[in-house]
Structures are given as C-alpha cells and as structure tokens.
Design a protein around this ligand. Structure first.
Ligand code: HEM
Length: 121
C-alpha cells in the first residue's frame, strides 16, 4: 500500500514537472499563441504610405494595423477614422478626439487587423 502511494506521489510530481517544462518551452503560452517577435516590422515611413480609405494603416501602442476593411464598420462617418490613416494614432484611440477612451470591446476589436510592429527608421 505504501509503495503504491509512493508511486502515485512520484507520478503526480513527474506530471507537474512535465507540464511546467512544456509551459516554459512554449514561451509562456499554453495554447501556442503566435510569437509576437515574428510579426512583420514596418517603419513610420512605410505606414505613412497607407494614408487613405483605399489603404489605411495606423500605429497604436507600437503595433501596426490595417483598418481598411474596418472603416466602413466604424460607428462614425469614415472621415473621423480617415484623418488618422498613415499615422501614429494611439492618442486618437485613447481619446476618440473627444477626450473619452474607447470601450474595452472596441480595443479588443482591433486584433484581427494587426499586421505588424513598428520599428525605428
Ligand atoms: C484611431 C482613430 C479613431 C478615432 C478618432 C475614433 C473615434 C471614435 C468616435 C468619435 C466614436 C463615437 C463617439 C463615441 O462612441 O463615444 C467612436 C466609437 C467607436 N469606435 Fe472609434 N475611433 C478610432 C478608431 C477605432 C478603432 C481602431 C476601432 C476598432 C477596431 C474603433 C471602434 C469603435 C467602437 C466599437 C465605437 C463605439 C463606442 C465604443 O465602443 O467605445 N474605433 N470612435
């Protein structure tokens, strides 16, 4: 009986150690989320080329987003979003131009439009 308990004890901690090792090897993620460091890199000059409704990229908190397909869905006339195309827009996202931050739901909606991260010129 004692032996069985001891074997179970060892098996339990071996499992814990295996899971911990796998977790460490998977870059701190259990679900294999994409490695942030493998995102394409863009300079502000490259982002600035996408400054229209035909192609609208924005930089928000160091990440580059292509919002071209989102603009028709945004709950304002397109012009409100358009002026920020091709630009660093963190402040615009934080204030909507009216001193009020977007809702957490709005921030979460940005994820599918992420295309890269900003690098120095
Ligand atoms: C960066 C430039 C942006 C500006 C200047 C801007 C501005 C605004 C304004 C004026 C409103 C309406 C006023 C209000 O609801 O309080 C609004 C609402 C909203 N915007 Fe934006 N927006 C921007 C970017 C975005 C982005 C990138 C998303 C999501 C992908 C987004 C999602 C929303 C949503 C869901 C609302 C409804 C209210 C809320 O959830 O906060 N906006 N935005």
């Amino acid at each position: 009986m004692k032996k069985t308990l001891f074997a179970l004890f060892v098996a339990f901690w071996a499992s814990v150690a295996t899971i911990a090792a796998l977790y460490a090897l998977s870059n701190g993620s259990l679900v294999g989320a994409p490695d942030q460091e493998s995102l394409p890199r863009f300079t502000l000059a490259e982002v600035a080329e996408h400054d229209s409704l035909e192609s609208c990229w924005k930089v928000i908190e160091g990440k580059v987003y292509d919002f071209t397909d989102y603009i028709p869905k945004h709950p304002t006339p397109p012009r409100i979003m358009e002026v920020w195309c091709g630009r660093e827009s963190t402040e615009a996202m934080r204030t909507k131009g009216i001193g009020r931050d977007h809702s957490p739901a709005a921030w979460a909606m940005m994820r599918p439009y992420l295309i890269g991260e900003l690098v120095e010129e």
